[in-house]
Every structure is written in C-alpha cells, then in structure tokens.
Design a protein. Structure first.
Length: 127
C-alpha cells in the first residue's frame, strides 16, 4: 500500500530525527544484509558462473580421479567467491557519518580544560 505525500513527509522527518538523536541505532536498524552494488551485477553473475563451473570441474576430477582437472576447478571456485564478494556491499545507511562525534569532541575539550584548570589550582596551592 502506497503512502500519501503527508505520510511520506512524516516518515522522512521521523527518520531524520532518529538519525540526529541516535545515529548508531538508526544505522543498525537500516542494515538488513548485503545488497548488490549498483553496476556490479555483472561481477556477481560472472562469480556465480565461475563458482558453478569450478564446482563441476572439482566434482568431475573426483569422479575421474584426475588431480589436474581439480586444480583449475578449485581456482575457479575461489575466483567466483572473489567476484561475488566484490559485487556485494553493505547498505548505504550503515556508512553515514555520525554527528555525535563532533559533539563529543567539544564536550571532551570542555572537560579537559576544566580538569587542567583544577590541576593548575592544585599546583598553585588553591585547594
């Protein structure tokens, strides 16, 4: 069921508020697994074909008891895994920068300056 324009705007506002309040939690909610990266479908298809053909060669070498056929099959299986892994990516929401880190730095710098002032007071005999 499609959302109306008003509901869509409300949903976007709620998402922005969630990211502003707790970006780590929001990004963990967004992670639903791996997806195929845009433009990488060809790599995934090639990887699957290499994987299947490599498995066929490996099983063929086991049946025919010839190691020479199994080695290229094993290499094809590894190549297939590499191409499949290249084509997969994490969702975009997982890589968004967190604005709380900037806030923590300012809090930490204020805390450090307060601690330095207290230390100076103690060294000067103020306490």
């Amino acid at each position: 069921m499609a959302l109306s324009d008003r509901e869509q705007k409300l949903l976007e506002q709620m998402e922005k508020a969630l990211y502003a309040e707790d970006p780590k939690f929001a990004s963990s909610l967004r992670r639903s697994g791996f997806t195929i990266a845009p433009g990488e479908r060809r790599n995934v298809i090639f990887g699957l074909l290499a994987l299947v053909s490599g498995l066929v060669l490996v099983f063929g070498s086991v049946v025919s008891k010839t190691v020479i056929v199994g080695i290229p099959g094993f290499l094809l299986v590894l190549t297939g895994f590499v191409f499949i892994a290249r084509g997969l990516q994490e969702p975009v929401g997982a890589a968004t920068p967190t604005p709380t880190k900037v806030r923590n730095r300012t809090k930490n710098s204020k805390l450090m300056s307060r601690l330095e002032e207290r230390w100076q007071q103690r060294r000067d005999g103020g306490f």
